[in-house]
Ligand binder design. Structure first.
Ligand SMILES: [Zn+2]
Length: 353
C-alpha cells in the first residue's frame, strides 16, 4: 500500500476528515488545500470526495459555527454530502512521495531518504516445522514482511530442533500427548513495519500448523531507510549554482526564489524537502549536499548555513504543487473508471508583486 496513514508524523492529522467510510464515491477532486472555493468546485463538478494534501482539520475545534474558513468548509462539505480525505506527512514520508516527485522534476539520480524514520521496524522470529517453512515464509511476505529497500521476500533461516510436551487436552500437530517431542524446525527471521504487526500475526497464526506457534517480536533500533523526511540525490552533471537556481525557479514556477550566498562551486549533490523543511537543513549539510531546497525556512535558520551550503527557499505551495499528480496516478491505478479532477482553483495564499 502506498502512503499508509501510520507513516504520518506524530503531530499530523492525516486521514478521513469529514464523511462516512461506506459512502459511494461519484468523483474525486484533488487539491493541496481545502478552501471554500474548492468545496464549491467539488459541488459544481459532481465530485463528492475531496482529497487534499494539507489536512483541513489540523488543530482541534471546539465548535463549528462558521467563524473561520475551516469551519465554513466543514459546514459546506457536510451540507453538500462531500467527504474530505487528507494525505499529508504520510505522503511526505513515503517512498515515491512528494519529495521523490520534486527530485524527479529536478532530474536527480540515486535518490534516497534524507532523514530516515526511527523506531518503526520490528524483527519477527518464528519457529516452524521444516515441512511448513516455505508456506510460512510466503504467508509472512504476502502480509508485508521482508521488505528492505528495493528488495522483497527477505528472511534468514536456521535449521534446529524444537522440543515440546503436549499436556492433557492438547491436540498436537506432531508428537504424542504426555511425551516430550523433538521436531526438526526452521527459525525464520524477517522484518516488518511495526504498524502491520496485527495483520502479520493473524496471518501467521492461521498458516502455522501448531496449536501454539512460538514466535518473538523484537523492536529494532535500525533506521527505516526507505521512509522519512526529505530526499537527497545527485544531478547527472554538476552545474553552476545560479544556473541551477534559475532552473528550479522555472520548473517550480517560483514567484520569488530566496537563497543564501553562492559558494562559488558547482552543484552536484542536491537535498530537498517540500513544505516547511527548514529544520532538515542540518541533515542536508551533514549529508554533503551542495544545495538544500525547501518550501519554507525561518530567517535565522539561514544564518547557520550561509557560507557552508547553498540554501534555497522556493515557497510552500510551489514545492508541493506536484502532489496532486501523485494522488491522481495512484487513485487512477486503483480505480480506473473513477472520475478524478485536479482543482482549477489557485489556493496558494501567497502572491508576488
Ligand atoms: Zn505542506
Amino acid at each position: 500500500m502506498f502512503m499508509p496513514l501510520p507513516l504520518q508524523d506524530g503531530f499530523d492529522n492525516a486521514g478521513l476528515q469529514i464523511g462516512l467510510t461506506d459512502a459511494e464515491v461519484a468523483g474525486v477532486l484533488l487539491c493541496l488545500d481545502v478552501t471554500e472555493s474548492v468545496v464549491d468546485e467539488a459541488v459544481a463538478s459532481g465530485c463528492n470526495l475531496i482529497v487534499s494534501h494539507h489536512p483541513l482539520i489540523f488543530s482541534p475545534l471546539k465548535r463549528i459555527t462558521g467563524s473561520g474558513y475551516v469551519e465554513r468548509c466543514i459546514l459546506k462539505a457536510l451540507q453538500n454530502g462531500i467527504a474530505i480525505y487528507s494525505a499529508h506527512t504520510n505522503i511526505d514520508n513515503a517512498p515515491g512521495g512528494v519529495n521523490y516527485r520534486i527530485a524527479e522534476k529536478l532530474g536527480l539520480k540515486n535518490v534516497r531518504i534524507l532523514v530516515p524514520k526511527e523506531d518503526m521496524l520490528y524483527k519477527l522470529v518464528v519457529y516452524v516445522p521444516q515441512s511448513h517453512a516455505e508456506h510460512i515464509r510466503e504467508t509472512l511476505f504476502s502480509a508485508g514482511c521482508g521488505e528492505i529497500g528495493n528488495y522483497g521476500s527477505c528472511s534468514f533461516n536456521i535449521d534446529g530442533v524444537g522440543t515440546f510436551k503436549a499436556n492433557e487436552g492438547c491436540n498436537p500437530y506432531c508428537g504424542n500427548v504426555g511425551e516430550i517431542h523433538n521436531e526438526n524446525e526452521v527459525r525464520v527471521e524477517t522484518v516488518m513495519p511495526a504498524y502491520i504487526k496485527n495483520r502479520v500475526i493473524t496471518a501467521l497464526l492461521k498458516a502455522h500448523p501448531y496449536e501454539e506457534p512460538a514466535y518473538d517480536i523484537f523492536q529494532l533500533k535500525n533506521s527505516w531507510n526507505s521512509v522519512g523526511a526529505g530526499v537527497i540525490g545527485e544531478l547527472p552533471v554538476a552545474v553552476e549554482e545560479l544556473d541551477f537556481l534559475k532552473d528550479v525557479k522555472e520548473k517550480f514556477n517560483v514567484g520569488s526564489l530566496r537563497h543564501t550566498s553562492p559558494l562559488g562551486h558547482k552543484v552536484k549533490r542536491v537535498a530537498l524537502c517540500g513544505g516547511a523543511g527548514g529544520s532538515f537543513a542540518g541533515a542536508a549539510l551533514a549529508s554533503g549536499a551542495d544545495v538544500y531546497i525547501t518550501g519554507e525556512a525561518r530567517y535565522h535558520d539561514l544564518f547557520n548555513y550561509d557560507g557552508k551550503m547553498l540554501m534555497a527557499i522556493i515557497g510552500h505551495y510551489e514545492s508541493e504543487q506536484f502532489t496532486m499528480d501523485i494522488f491522481k496516478e495512484h487513485i487512477n491505478k486503483a480505480f480506473p473508471e473513477l472520475k478524478i479532477m485536479k482543482t482549477t482553483v489557485d489556493t496558494n495564499p501567497v502572491q508576488y508583486l
